[in-house]
Design a protein around this ligand. Structure first.
Ligand code: SAM
Length: 200
């Protein structure tokens, strides 16, 4: 598998946008979720662990799922995550994990997955009944968020209404949308959403 984040992994945490997202998405998810120390959670597209970092002190374990070895290498080197986080470098849509979770979290990874229907079905299968999702990504944008030659971008954000329908079709209920942050980039604004929901 080609590692599209190899060049960025080393200084990912020093970049302005990932830093802004970490400071806004994680805290807003925590505000709207009830966590406890018995919970096993999955961070889908965990990258260097910027989102996992907020959850690690509050839950039992985190499965950090990503297809980029270089991003996960940064994650596993972080002392604050050691003992809590297990990294899985695999495409769970093709090769599911053999366990289920109380919660799946994700930040800015879903637009990298071509088949979002399959992805949401996979999230459903990886959750216990009554388990939760807290997913963050870009609202629908005009395609200018990423450079035009960027590889592995399959969605220019998501339309909230259409995405809510996809989530319902995949078996999720009690959906609530929030806006954690609006990114200012090259004179344009890019709105982000968090959707929280429950596996029926
Ligand atoms: C923009 S980064 C976000 C990383 C991290 N969540 C954060 O907020 O800093 C997107 C991440 O999604 C990962 N990714 C892309 N496609 C994926 C897939 N099919 N399964 C798991 N992770 C994937 C990438 O390798 C990358 O680490």
């Amino acid at each position: 598998m080609i590692d599209l984040f190899q060049k960025q992994a080393n200084d990912w945490d020093e970049q302005t946008i990932p830093q802004q997202l970490s400071q806004t998405i994680g805290p807003m998810m925590l505000k709207h979720l009830t966590l406890d120390s018995s919970m096993d959670i999955m961070d889908f597209g965990a990258g260097t662990g910027l989102l996992s970092f907020h959850f690690a002190p509050l839950v039992k374990s985190i499965a950090a799922v990503d297809i980029s070895e270089s991003m996960l290498k940064e994650l596993t080197a972080k002392k604050a995550l050691q003992g809590k986080v297990v990294a899985y470098c695999q495409d769970i849509l093709k090769k599911p994990l053999s366990k289920t979770f109380d919660l799946i979290i994700s930040a800015m990874a879903m637009h990298h997955v071509e088949d979002s229907t399959l992805m949401l079905q996979s999230f459903n299968k990886h959750l216990k009944t009554g388990g939760h999702i807290a997913l963050a990504d870009l609202d629908l944008e005009d395609g200018s968020f990423h450079p035009s030659d960027a590889k592995g971008i399959f969605h220019h954000g998501f339309d909230r209404e259409a995405f809510a329908q996809q989530l319902k079709d995949a078996g999720f209920i009690n959906l609530e949308f929030f806006t954690p942050h609006i990114i200012q980039k090259e004179g344009k604004e890019f709105k982000l959403f968090i959707v929280i929901g429950t596996k029926a």
